[in-house]
Ligand binder design. Structure first.
Ligand SMILES: Nc1ncnc2c1ncn2[C@@H]1O[C@H](COP(=O)(O)OP(=O)(O)OP(=O)(O)O)[C@@H](O)[C@H]1O
Ligand SMILES: Nc1ncnc2c1ncn2[C@@H]1O[C@H](COP(=O)(O)OP(=O)(O)OP(=O)(O)O)[C@@H](O)[C@H]1O
Ligand SMILES: [Mg+2]
Ligand SMILES: [Mg+2]
Lengths: 227, 227
């Protein structure tokens, strides 16, 4: 369902070129649970942003369910982002002046889902990540790990078919991390595709395949013994 | 050198009260290396912000080197923040429109250190955290882990006597994390006091004492076998 072919991403900062991705090819089939690991700066978020239709590669191709993303209209891309993909950003990207509840409802609002259903979905997602008693707090009234969990709830509440999570447990203690990973596993068991970036080996063990990055390329790709 | 007595921090959000700290007492002597652990939302950052003179408790007392912080003037507090303490924020707090180099130089600028010395110190700190080839990048031109390392370099470049780091390796792979912890250990061996919040047990093992939070209070306080 996801097919990346020879992606490159080159940034020109001043007169220096940074090759954030230097030829990445990857296939992810429907229902897979893939972890993406690799050193800081090796290109993981850059690839995730392209996968999430938030950025375009410099060269190379991205096919999502047969659609060539490079040729998709802005409307088609917006529809994919709003309806197909639940994206958890490495730096959360919450709206600072709105509450946890409103932040979680936002993707559903864009999708045209009615107020009552949005509210129920958002409360369910916030409860699932342990934030039932923080729903009216704004981001600056929440701890780092709580903000991270709001970002996770926002990705889940919209019932996406693909979850893309960029270091979703970076600010969480082990118990909260395990609760989040249990949610991802349940969703994956129900057929949802999960791609998650992590730098913690214990977290990667919840997935079924580990793709490792190095210097903007894929260095290894290994299927884990079935859990 | 650091003495916290019965600290509380209470937030009123709407008509609900949140007791972020519910009576915290703690002593940290000069040259110690303490890890602070505990579940997400248990009060660790709240205490760190009070320790770093960035916030005040609701009740309780904080003595730093004999000075009662509650009675210190704003000038005295600014001097402590700029000259004594190197603080690494959980969410980095980098200035978005300035380069990594300028971000790292900023505390030294406030301290009145000359341009040449600031530049040399900043470059040395950025090299030490592996960012020698990213010094002119702005934060949005850096990966999450690179931004985190700029925040660490900024805390170190000013030669503080106390380092307070709030989850400094949350976005780093194991190799980068070990490099950062080796730096903290070297500084501690040279006499610098280190207090760091982490949720990773492997990181806590680089320290000499682990203080665990639970629901706004200290739950346990254990000295590790000497490394
Ligand atoms: N301005 C605020 N108003 C209301 N509640 C707040 C405010 N700031 C923090 N809190 C609450 O205080 C509690 C402690 O927050 P703190 O940031 O200290 O937690 P933490 O231990 O650092 O968590 P994490 O590991 O997730 O970073 C949290 O439950 C949080 O929701
Ligand atoms: N706008 C930009 N201009 C220049 N270089 C950039 C830009 N954005 C990212 N980079 C560089 O691209 C490289 C890859 O960044 P990316 O964010 O994908 O890394 P990452 O693997 O997610 O790292 P981390 O684990 O630290 O989050 C980094 O070396 C970074 O400095
Ligand atoms: Mg990243
Ligand atoms: Mg915190």
């Amino acid at each position: 369902m996801i097919s990346l072919k020879n992606l490159t991403k080159v940034y020109a900062t001043g007169d220096v070129e940074v090759r954030a991705l230097a030829g990445v090819s990857l296939e992810i089939t429907e229902g897979e649970f893939v972890s993406i690991m690799g050193p800081s700066g090796s290109g993981k978020s850059t690839m995730m942003n392209i996968l999430g239709c938030l950025d375009r590669p410099t060269t190379g191709e991205y096919f999502l369910d047969g659609l060539n993303i490079a040729q998709a209209s802005d409307n088609q891309l917006a529809e994919i982002r709003n309806q197909k993909i639940g994206f958890v950003f490495q730096s959360f990207n919450l709206l600072p002046r709105t509450t946890a509840l409103e932040n979680v409802e936002l993707p559903m609002l864009y999708r045209g889902i009615g107020a009552k259903e949005r509210r129920e979905s958002a409360l369910r997602a916030l409860n699932a990540v342990g934030l039932g008693n923080r729903v009216h707090h704004k981001p600056n009234e929440l701890s780092g790990g709580q903000q991270q969990r709001v970002a996770i709830a926002r990705a889940l509440a919209n019932n996406p078919v693909i979850i893309m999570a960029d270091e979703p447990t970076g600010n969480l203690d082990s118990k909260s991390s395990e609760e989040i990973m249990a949610i991802f596993q349940q969703l994956n068991d129900a057929g949802i595709t999960v791609a998650l970036v992590t730098h913690e080996p214990d977290i990667a063990l919840f997935s079924k395949r580990i793709v490792r990055f190095k210097d903007g390329q894929i260095d290894s790709d290994e299927t884990l013994a079935q859990r």
